[in-house]
Design a protein around this ligand. Structure first.
Ligand SMILES: O=[N+]([O-])c1ccc(OS(=O)(=O)O)cc1
Length: 522
């Protein structure tokens, strides 16, 4: 009897002990999952988390989420300067005199819904005076996502241009791929700022002028997309989300779960969602990125607007047609899914002169599918573009544009801990290191060519901009998000003669409410 009791007690003890250890390891896994995989990084340590000796001196510039603030943060993770505008700010580019151009999110932009439209570009002086304020937002068009600076102080900006269902059908689009509210096509405009509010649009390029389709023979742009990689197949498969009733939409808008401008059909309208643009003055070319179709494109900027609408003229002789494209050759029917390299990519840009890899492109490849037993992850790609001796992009017969593989890439050692399925960016530094913004988490870090993380800072700040009706903006899940973070070397002309001491006191960091308050509407 006694033996049985001892045996039973032993079994009980062992089972409790083993349950405890199991619980511990589950908790540990849960903790590391929280630390490594929560794409928004709600509960991970913030501020400066990795520092090293002998880093290039400099600062990180970024827009504080849900605020009108741009911060400049030093290598110790301290805020040393701020620019403050009068709208929520999306991202900014620094000028040599310490002023900046910023994308200001005008809450009043009409028609276009979804994240990305911002509506205004503003120039803000070092001491936060609004020097120029240009609105480009009406029922026909709106500035969205990114813009690029040119050496002549002009700006190249991406804008949606609304087209009707009928316009799209007239362009050979298949009706079943056409949103009833019409597609938002894309244009690039070159803005020459005038005075304190005005601008001249001195050059334009429209994607609608460079389409091909093999669906409707009666249309002028009928042809085989595989024979015309310089044009965009207007019938690339596009998922049209199901319509929603106006009553349901009204409820979602009231609950803050739908954009104020959403209509029952508009969710399918953003068919290309161009999210990045960069200008190369040496080549007089523009690169831009469409995450919806998982491709980047290069076009000639040396054309007149008239030539940009056609297929001849400019340095390339190809008018506004694509000089180069990469990422998803199925879009021009050369290759299959195995040849696809890009997955909702962002922030494509040339590596500037005097940096290692000059002339190559870098980009943030957001949402690369894992194997069948693992999660999606992000990577940074560097691409060496195939060119002949005259500088023309090489395209072999019946083959997609190269390269077959990026010349360099960064992926986290465990693959999945580096992940932001949207926004984000990267750029090469003079040292040869690469500066990365994992946007959903607001995590900025610097990696060596070998992929070692030598500096890391997680944005701990969030502002308090309210909606037009005074309601607070939901802080979840995009609590600390950052669209673009830029490393600016200490010898940048903007800092000449400026005192860059840590602000005293430092701004208050933003911490999430305690757990018990989480059920409340933030
Ligand atoms: O939530 N935003 O502000 C947001 C979301 C997506 C987005 O588009 S993306 O292509 O940059 O991911 C831009 C802004």
């Amino acid at each position: 009897m006694k033996k049985i009791q001892i045996y039973a007690l032993t079994v009980l003890f062992l089972s409790i002990f083993s349950n405890c250890t199991k619980q511990k390891s589950i908790d540990k896994e849960a903790a590391s999952e929280k630390k490594d995989r929560n794409m928004f990084g709600h509960h991970i340590p913030r501020g400066l988390t990795v520092n090293s000796e002998n880093l290039a001196p400099g600062y990180v510039m970024y827009a504080v989420p849900n605020s009108s603030l741009i911060y400049l943060v030093n290598r110790n993770g301290e805020v040393v300067h701020q620019w403050k505008g009068n709208y929520e700010v999306f991202h900014s580019y620094l000028l040599d005199d310490g002023s900046l151009f910023q994308a200001a999110i005008d809450p009043d932009y009409p028609i276009f819904d979804d994240a990305g439209p911002y509506g205004r570009i503003q120039k803000i002086s070092w001491d936060s005076k609004v020097l120029w304020d240009f609105e480009y937002a009406n029922d026909d068009h709106v500035l969205h996502h990114d813009f690029a600076l040119m050496p002549n102080d002009h700006i190249l900006a991406i804008a949606y241009e609304a087209k009707s269902f009928e316009d799209a059908i007239a362009g050979g689009r298949k009706p079943e791929l056409t949103p009833k509210s019409g597609p938002w096509m894309e244009k690039i405009i070159e803005i020459d700022p005038q005075g304190s509010r005005g601008a001249r649009i001195v050059w334009e390029w429209h994607i609608a002028d460079h389409l091909i389709q093999d669906f409707d023979k009666s249309k002028a742009n009928y042809g085989n997309p595989a024979d015309h990689p310089e044009l965009l197949d207007f019938n690339i498969k596009h998922h049209i989300p199901p319509a929603i009733t106006q009553d349901s939409l009204d409820i979602l808008i009231a609950l803050d779960k739908a954009d104020k401008n959403q209509t029952p059909y508009s969710k399918g309208s953003d068919i290309y969602h161009i999210n990045a643009i960069h200008y190369n003055a040496d080549l007089d070319q523009i690169v831009f990125s469409s995450p919806e179709i998982n491709e980047i494109f290069i076009i000639d900027h040396s054309t007149s607007t008239q030539e940009a609408a056609g297929h001849q003229g400019g340095n390339s002789g190809k008018g506004g047609d694509f000089l180069y494209r990469w990422g998803n050759p199925t879009n021009y029917k050369r290759g299959d899914t195995i040849d696809r390299q890009l997955f909702y990519q962002h922030n494509v840009k040339w590596i500037e002169n005097e940096k290692p890899g000059a002339g190559n492109l870098t980009l943030y490849n957001n949402d690369i599918p894992g194997r069948k037993d693992s999660l999606n992850y992000s990577a940074i790609f560097e691409l060496k573009l195939p060119k002949d001796e005259k500088g023309n992009y090489i395209l072999e017969k019946d083959r997609p544009f190269g390269p077959v593989q990026p010349s360099w890439k960064y992926i986290a050692k465990d693959t999945v801990s580096f992940y932001s399925s949207f926004i984000s960016g990267a750029h090469r530094m003079k040292s040869g290191n690469t500066f990365i913004n994992e946007g959903a988490k607001g995590r900025f870090f610097e990696v060596t060519p070998e992929g070692e993380v030598v500096w890391e800072f997680l944005n701990p700040y969030r502002g308090e901009i309210r909606k037009l009706n005074g309601d607070p903006v939901a802080m979840m899940p995009m609590t600390y998000w950052v669209f673009r973070a830029t490393f600016i070397p200490a010898d940048h002309p903007a800092f000449k003669g400026k005192e860059l001491k840590p602000l005293d006191p430092q701004p208050d960091v933003f911490t999430l409410p305690p757990k018990e308050k989480e059920g409340e509407k933030p």
